[in-house]
Write a protein that binds this ligand. Structure first.
Ligand code: SF4
Ligand code: SF4
Length: 72
């Protein structure tokens, strides 16, 4: 399964996090970007456990920034 998040559209995932909540199998992870993980300047959401995806399309449907692509 190919799952892509457009990081240019998903600019504040730590405030949004909707894809994290609607994905039942927990495919996504929110993590800090950069060296300083105790005081991160930027957070990103990435699809990590893509083999768990059940293709429900909830993340695509509910992402307010239309930043998620799920396909083959
Ligand atoms: S399509 Fe469904 S299971 Fe797959 S990543 Fe999106 S919300 Fe999760
Ligand atoms: S729902 Fe969309 S905008 Fe919100 S954190 Fe997920 S990918 Fe980013």
């Amino acid at each position: 399964m190919r799952i892509i998040i457009d990081q240019n559209l998903c600019t504040e995932p730590e405030r949004c996090g909707i894809c994290l909540k609607v994905c039942a199998p927990q495919v996504f992870a929110l993590h800090p970007e950069g060296e300083d993980t105790l005081c991160p300047e930027k957070w990103v959401v990435d699809p990590i456990w893509t083999t768990f995806c059940i293709q429900c399309d909830e993340c695509v449907k509910y992402c307010p920034r239309h930043a998620v692509f799920v396909g083959q």
